[in-house]
Each structure stands twice: as structure tokens, then as C-alpha cells.
Design a protein around this ligand. Structure first.
Ligand SMILES: [Fe+2]
Length: 273
């Protein structure tokens, strides 16, 4: 695990680059020493790529928009899947075009390989939300989640997380947090304030272990896909130090060395009402 800290980029600021068979991609974060990476892939209208005998590293995928058929599975918006490492690369086609978020594993990650890791295919909109107890220090966010995948050997949990509007506590300060594992997030809709600024749709972060972060509050609610590489059970260490609520914090991202400056442009989002 040698993925750099990025917190956070509005992925609209990342340029598309050409990928296989006429697709385009944005590599958001990657381990320079392996195939492990998180990327957005955009498939054009009428995209078609045949199956290949080449073995692929494991991938999780989440359809952000459009439709795509992956190995015979028809995937609509918010379809989620996991393909174990060592599988043959499946045929992919898209009649109307699609944008897909992909979490690619290291090719030699033993917990991601076929025989150890099972395939997953979930139509996530049809899943019920889990609104059972969460960390009491996060009560103000009114959270709900859908667990999409629990990796073997406690290797990684992937889940959808939503918070209701008015996710702001009456207090003016909250503690910060750290974990002994990684956290990764892509904002699907809504927004969330962090000390690094306002995460809007398309926001992405990868946070290695032991990075102090938060607090987070949300005025208008949020919907995000999250992962916790290195564990299936998130354990949060709360700081004694209290930090002010980050509402109004200017955009001040942490970016890996060598990141194009254009990634760090403030993102204004869509014009409001
Ligand atoms: Fe956290």
C-alpha cells in the first residue's frame, strides 16, 4: 500500500485521457508500484469491446450514469459489481454510453483473487438502507448505509453512505478523527463541509491511515460511495482537541506531489437557483 493522500479533488477538474477501444479515463489515485488505482471510465455511445483471454486484476465497479453490459450483466445507474482478480476480461458494451467508477486492485493482492474473493453483482437502488446504530459522535449526520461488499480476511468494506439535510449539530465544535486503515470516497450527489472545503458531487478523496480529518457536517445532505481498504470494520479514534465546524471553509486540498495545478481549482458547481 503506497497510495498517496489526496483530499479532496473535484474530479470535474481532472482531464479525460484516451483509454482502450475508444473509452476515456481519469486516474484519480494510484499505487505507483502496482495496478492498484481508482479511476473514472467513460464509455461512448455504441461502445463495444470483446472478451479477452487476458487475466485482469480484481475490480469493483459502480455505474455513475448511463448503461453498460459487463460480461452479460446489464448494469444501469448505480449498479455495483466486483470481479475477482485472475478472471478473464469480460466483454463490455454500452448502447447509450456510461460513466463508471472503478476501484482496481493490485494484481497480486491475495485477498482479491478468484478462489478467495467471490464475485458480486448488486442492483443497489433495490437494496434497503440500513439505518441502525452508527457512531454516536456522528449522530448529527443522520446516516444511512448499504454495505456492498465485505472483502475476505478483513481486507476492505465498500458501502454507500447517505446523510440527511440539516446534518449540522447545535454545537460549534466537534472532535477530529483518525483511523488505522485507509478511507476512500466519491461524492455521488449532495455536499459535505470538511476543513478542506465543500465536497460537491464528483468530489474524491483517498486517505491513508493515521491522517487527522474532520469534522464533517452537511447542510443539504449527501450520497457517497466509500471504501475502507485494510479493514471491514471502521474503527474511529476521536481527538481530545475540538475543532470548529467547517462551514464556509475555503477550498484547501491536500494533493500528492506532482499533481497538475488544474486539479486544485476551486469548483463552483452548477449555478444555484
Ligand atoms: Fe473517517
Amino acid at each position: 500500500m503506497a497510495r498517496p493522500h489526496i483530499e479532496f479533488v473535484q474530479t470535474q477538474n481532472v482531464d479525460w485521457e484516451p483509454a482502450e477501444a475508444g473509452a476515456s479515463r481519469k486516474i484519480l489515485n494510484a499505487d505507483p508500484g502496482s495496478s492498484e488505482a481508482t479511476l473514472l471510465i467513460r464509455y461512448p455511445v455504441g461502445y463495444s469491446a470483446p472478451a479477452s483471454s487476458a487475466e485482469m486484476p480484481a475490480e469493483e465497479y459502480f455505474v455513475l450514469e448511463g448503461d453498460i453490459t459487463i460480461g452479460g450483466r446489464q448494469c444501469g445507474r448505480h449498479a455495483y459489481g466486483f470481479i475477482p482478480g485472475g478472471s478473464r476480461t469480460p466483454a463490455q458494451s454500452s448502447a447509450g454510453g456510461a460513466t463508471v467508477l472503478v476501484f482496481r486492485y493490485a494484481e497480486d493482492d491475495p485477498d482479491s483473487l478468484a478462489g478467495t474473493a467471490d464475485p458480486v453483482a448488486i442492483d443497489t437502488p433495490a437494496m434497503p438502507w440500513d439505518v441502525s446504530t452508527y457512531d454516536p459522535k456522528l449522530t448529527h449526520l443522520r446516516l444511512a448505509r448499504k454495505v456492498l461488499r465485505l472483502g475476505p480476511n478483513n481486507s476492505c468494506r465498500t458501502f454507500l453512505l447517505a446523510g440527511m439535510p440539516h446534518g449540522v449539530p447545535p454545537e460549534t465544535e466537534l472532535p477530529a478523527e483518525t483511523h488505522d486503515h485507509c478511507e476512500e470516497m466519491f461524492m455521488i450527489s449532495g455536499s459535505m463541509w470538511a476543513p478542506e472545503g465543500l465536497m460537491q458531487p464528483g468530489a474524491y478523496f483517498f486517505r491513508p491511515p493515521h491522517i487527522v480529518h474532520g469534522p464533517h457536517v452537511s447542510e443539504f445532505g449527501f450520497f457517497q460511495i466509500m471504501r475502507s481498504p485494510m479493514t471491514n470494520a471502521i474503527v474511529t479514534n476521536w481527538s481530545d482537541e475540538m475543532r470548529p465546524l467547517p462551514i464556509g471553509a475555503p477550498y484547501s486540498p491536500v494533493m500528492p506531489e506532482g499533481t497538475p495545478q488544474s486539479w486544485a481549482r476551486p469548483w463552483q458547481g452548477e449555478p444555484g437557483l
